[in-house]
Design a protein around this ligand. Structure first.
Ligand code: SF4
Length: 266
């Protein structure tokens, strides 16, 4: 079943960190997780919401409000994607559907996947994996590459820092890897939370059953911090610093030593 409308909170043209080549990244609003380090807190709630915007002019600050998220039809999203087709062809790029969690609006997503397929556009889907396996099975043949997040292997820690169990996420990742889907694992390096020795070893063990696994290491950053205040949300990561380049390289070296194909950055 197809759905013609969904809630999108951003469309980025000329993105270079969301899959191969130059891409158009379409951000779906709504996420079932609540990761403490999320730098897109405006993506969590599915409905459009108001964010405060501050404009500094001379010595005064003017506050305005703007709405994040808008309803778009499949055809409106396709119009945005089609503007960039020439760049896809020249760079080996395509479209990336990201979020939030794209599968929160699964029927809308599947309609868009089908449209992109018709136009032979390369498709990446960036997912938390927190989706029914039945839905994932329907979508998988339409997707060229999954960008799949692994955060924490300990289920209690996953519940504590991300708000949900990791059981479904890991089961779906197994399904994709066993069915031969092209998957890039994305691992957010959050100092003191995800980069513990125990977590790194458990991730390596989980993935060691599969060959040619690609892992992208994504460094925690504070870019989204101000959005929490402007959305009236609490920020829990105040004391956490961005990992150093040396620390990122240590983690890259660890996974490389286990025969994974590792890249620092998306
Ligand atoms: S899964 Fe991504 S979008 Fe959802 S809360 Fe976590 S970091 Fe934010």
């Amino acid at each position: 079943m197809c759905v013609n409308k969904g809630i999108i909170f951003d469309i980025k043209h000329y993105a270079v960190h969301d899959g191969p080549g130059i891409r158009t990244t379409v951000f779906f609003k709504g996420c079932p997780l609540s990761c403490m380090w999320c730098h897109n807190p405006e993506s969590r709630m599915q409905a459009p919401q108001t964010i405060t915007k501050e404009l500094k002019l001379d010595n005064t600050t003017r506050t305005t409000k703007e709405t994040v998220g808008k309803e778009m039809t499949v055809s409106e999203v396709m119009t945005e994607i089609n503007k960039d087709i020439i760049f896809f062809e020249e760079s080996g790029g395509g479209v990336t559907f990201s979020g939030g969690e794209v599968f929160q609006q699964d029927k809308f997503l599947i309609s868009l996947l089908a449209e992109c397929k018709k136009s032979d556009i390369n498709i990446c889907v960036d997912t938390t994996g927190h989706v029914s396996t039945k839905v994932l099975k329907t979508a998988a043949p339409l997707v060229d590459t999954f960008l799949y997040d692994i955060k924490l292997m300990n289920d209690d820690a996953h519940k504590k820092y991300c708000g949900v169990s990791n059981k479904l996420i890991l089961a779906n990742l197994r399904f994709l890897l066993e069915s031969g889907a092209d998957v890039r694992v994305r691992f957010p390096v959050i100092p003191g939370i995800t980069d513990t020795e125990e977590n790194l070893i458990q991730i390596a063990d989980f993935l060691s059953e599969y060959k040619q696994i690609k892992i992208d290491l994504l460094a925690y950053h504070k870019i989204g911090r101000d959005k929490y205040r402007r959305l009236g949300m609490e920020y829990h990561m105040a004391g956490v610093q961005q990992p150093s380049a040396k620390r990122m390289q240590q983690i890259a070296d660890f996974f490389t030593s286990k025969d994974f194909i590792v890249k620092i950055g998306g």
